[in-house]
Design a protein around this ligand. Structure first.
Ligand code: PEP
Ligand code: MN
Length: 362
């Protein structure tokens, strides 16, 4: 590409990355030139897709499965991009793959879950990408470890990559049958709290591992204010060479995106002042709760002092059971679940014991 065209394409990439919701879709794997082109045209026709994804190198759990078409698939993606104007995105796991992808004009790179788990691989990629102006999306690691995910962001960030995004694709969990990869939403929310400025994408396909609950998971993500979705789409899903069970046709993808309620739009149309007032109330209540908890701990300190002076043990199980039982009954009357009250009081109890411990052993 000429320099002017390259600059124009880079500008286009930055614009597209700002679009909300940002929709990335395409086959799990590029298989044939015809399959990539037909899928891309189908996705373009929905009018809802911004980026064409395709796996070129596939990290498979067992050898002998289809491990990706390799570099020869990259020109297919380029042709699909020329035909549709969609941006392209590819998973890269080694410096050589990154180099090849960039050589064939791939717009966005992503690190797969099996790469994010390995700091050596992430660092190799970070070193290879130093000084390169390309957006990099980082999938969560396979295991539920936010420090690994954070570490990958730090390594890519320190290589000078300006546009980093996060993809939440769920976490492996032993014996979970409902999901292929359990979403563990709280971990994703914590990651979003750590990096509020980064693009945050949900990957319902790899969370679900099957088609029937893609919309439900996507909806949950949208309700949690994710910036976009990456969903696998294949022109003939049942015949896909990888992840056949979770892929949908471009047509079905278009219908699915129509089913999702994009609450952000609803919020825009809503009376912001009302929302702001509720938020203020919540802030006040949270402040008060912290004050009250702090006050409660002060009393715990005094109890600790008393117990110390009178040689009484910290933990008195009967007393605690009594507190908890009363709280559960009161809570349930006010519409608070037993589970919540138990967790909440357990946390309070632990903190209280820590306070008393400190007083008694100081
Ligand atoms: C993929 O996107 O096809 C893929 C391999 O995903 P993950 O890295 O999340 O397993
Ligand atoms: Mn896949």
């Amino acid at each position: 590409m000429e320099t002017a065209n390259i600059a124009a394409q880079k500008e286009k990439v930055l614009q597209v990355l700002k679009k909300r919701p940002l929709i990335i879709s395409g086959p799990c794997s590029a298989e044939t030139e015809q399959q990539v082109m037909a899928t891309a045209l189908g996705l373009k026709a929905t009018g809802k897709v911004d980026v064409l994804r395709a796996g070129i190198w596939k990290p498979r759990t067992r050898p002998g499965s289809f491990e990706g078409i390799g570099t020869k698939g990259l020109p297919w993606l380029q042709a699909a991009k020329d035909a549709t104007g969609l941006l392209t995105a590819v998973e890269v796991a080694t410096p050589k793959q990154a180099e090849d992808a960039l050589h064939f004009g791939v717009d966005i790179l992503w690190l797969g879950a099996r790469t994010t788990v390995n700091p050596f691989s992430v660092q190799d990629l970070a070193d290879a990408l130093r000084g390169v102006d390309v957006p990099v999306l980082i999938k969560n690691p396979i295991n539920p470890d936010l420090e690994l995910w954070t570490g990958a962001v730090e390594r890519i960030d320190r290589a000078g990559i300006k546009d980093i995004g996060l993809i939440h694709r769920g976490f492996a969990s032993y014996g979970n049958s409902e999901y292929r990869n359990a979403p563990m939403w709280h971990l994703a929310i914590e990651m979003k709290r750590r990096y509020p400025e980064l693009l945050f994408i949900n990957d319902p396909s790899h969370i679900c591992g099957r088609r029937d609950n893609l919309v439900a998971v996507a909806q949950e993500a949208i309700d949690l204010d994710y910036d976009g979705l990456i969903i696998e789409s294949h022109i003939d899903p049942d015949k896909a060479w990888s992840d056949a069970k979770q892929q949908v046709t471009p047509e079905r993808l278009g219908a699915m995106l129509d089913e999702i309620v994009w609450r952000k739009e609803t919020v825009h149309a809503m009376d912001h002042e009302t929302l702001e007032k509720y938020r203020q109330q919540i802030n006040h209540l949270d402040d008060e709760m912290i004050q009250l908890i702090a006050q409660r701990m002060k009393v715990a300190d005094q109890i600790g002092q008393y117990k110390k002076e009178n040689g009484i043990t910290i933990l008195q199980t009967n007393r605690w059971n009594e507190i908890l039982e009363k709280a559960v009954i009161k809570g349930e009357k006010k519409g608070l679940s037993k589970d919540f009250i138990t967790k909440y009081f357990d946390a309070i109890h632990m903190e209280s014991i820590a306070h008393q411990n400190k007083v008694m052993n100081d």
